[in-house]
Design a protein around this ligand. Structure first.
Ligand SMILES: Nc1ncnc2c1ncn2[C@@H]1O[C@H](COP(=O)(O)OP(=O)(O)OP(=O)(O)O)[C@@H](O)[C@H]1O
Ligand SMILES: [Mg+2]
Length: 385
């Protein structure tokens, strides 16, 4: 039986989301899947979050930006890769996406400028919990309308709490439209004129969350800002519902990325359960950085004999170090195998009767810093016909 692959997902879905906890390899897997799409002739957009510079470099880019950047086709040719499609990469720019959203929903140019120029907006659009997750979704929905792309691969933020990602639209509208904020507006409106003392005491909670934004006219600015943002709430809330619906459509695929580390497996399983509860499919699991068991572990005598036979001379102690390295690799492979049996157990117990695909990627000796390594990962994930 041939090993499982993500070929079907790449061929059939429009949007593939890579999710998982921090540092497991989401961005690498997203880029490799995007390359797999381009190898099959698709026009692919890979929307990444905070990619390692080495990954950008491996795609021939100095760095990734909020602009769409097409990977130069010559790069693929020089690496001996047959790429019929195209690969475009773009980094999520949270603030810029939020600005576009405000621009789209504001009732007038004046209302838009008032919000964009407000100091508090700087906080909400960059640092409010959940903003990055929500904007990733917004960006995804807007590029999904773009007929230039056949396939969009989305890398997601490294959220320690997986729920941040799924609940982002709801959470952000709640955060902005919180009881404290509502009270604040009421206090402001009913006093007719701004009663600094009264308001200052009671919004301490809100201010604490916002941090050290101080200075002249701060509270007035805040009240004004919230009142204006309130006008947008209608738009935002409808939008959150739309986002929510789109993420449950059959165009979307969810690829859960993990490492064999017990903590990462625990988190990915928790996340998989949440996906299922929320009516989203868990299409595939990618286990990254798996140690492969060596074919055999030779004794030091056997290594010495083989070295003599082939006329190879090594420095003193090298044979012993070699044997130790191979047996360490063996132990790591056994450990990974034991940890992954927990994942297998959970995957076997699949209430919807459809077992998700699982693909392993080996732990490589170094990070992913060139197109050939990325192509290697891409072939493991989706070798194609
Ligand atoms: N199979 C692998 N073998 C060796 N190194 C790897 C492998 N996969 C990824 N890496 C390296 O590990 C580092 C982290 O990978 P990556 O940036 O893809 O993780 P991430 O899940 O996106 O992280 P974050 O949660 O911080 O966004 C990178 O330097 C990458 O090149
Ligand atoms: Mg990443």
């Amino acid at each position: 039986m041939s090993p499982p692959t993500l070929d079907a997902l790449i061929d059939e879905r429009r949007v593939v989301l890579c999710v998982g906890c921090g540092g497991v390899g989401k961005t690498t897997v997203a880029a490799a899947l995007a390359l797999a799409g381009a190898r099959r002739g698709k026009r692919v957009l890979c929307l990444t979050i905070d990619p390692a510079r080495r990954l950008a470099n491996s795609l021939g880019l100095d760095r990734m930006t909020g602009e769409a950047q097409r990977v130069e086709p010559g790069l693929f040719q020089r690496a001996g890769l047959d790429v019929h499609g195209s690969l475009t990469v773009m980094m999520l720019d949270t603030k810029r996406t939020f600005d576009e959203l405000v621009t789209r929903h504001a009732s007038s140019d004046a209302a838009r400028d008032k919000i964009l120029n407000n100091r508090l907006y700087q906080y909400v659009s960059t640092s409010l919990a959940g903003t990055q997750e929500y904007m990733a979704m917004e960006k995804l929905l807007s590029v999904k309308q773009d007929s230039h792309y056949d396939l969009i691969v989305l890398d997601t933020p490294p959220t320690s709490n997986a729920l941040d990602f799924l609940d982002a639209p709801e959470r952000i509208t709640q955060a902005i439209d919180s009881a404290a904020m509502r009270w604040f507006i009421q206090a402001f409106e009913s006093s007719g004129k701004f009663s600094l003392n009264l308001v200052a005491k009671s919004v301490a909670l809100v201010l604490r969350g916002i941090g050290k934004l101080t200075g002249g006219g701060f509270l007035e600015q805040m009240a004004e800002f919230i009142t204006e943002l309130n006008d947008l709430f209608g738009g935002f809330k409808t939008r959150a519902a739309e986002v929510s619906k789109a993420f449950r459509s059959s165009e979307f695929a969810y690829v859960l990325v993990t490492s064999p580390a017990p903590m990462a497996i625990r988190e990915v399983l928790f996340f998989a359960d949440r996906l299922q509860e929320q009516g989203m499919p868990r299409d595939a699991f990618v286990v990254n950085r798996v140690h492969r068991a060596p074919r055999s572990v030779a004794s030091e005598d056997e290594v010495q004999a083989a070295l003599r036979e082939h006329g190879i001379e090594l420095e003193a102690g090298a044979a012993a170090r070699l044997v130790r390295a191979v047996s360490e690799e063996q132990s790591l492979a056994e450990l990974d195998h034991a940890h992954l049996s927990r994942l297998d157990g959970a995957l076997a117990d699949n209430p919807d009767g459809r077992a998700p695909t699982r693909v392993n990627i080996p732990a490589l000796p170094s990070d992913v810093h060139d197109i050939s390594t990325l192509a290697g990962i891409s072939r493991l994930l989706a070798p194609g016909a």
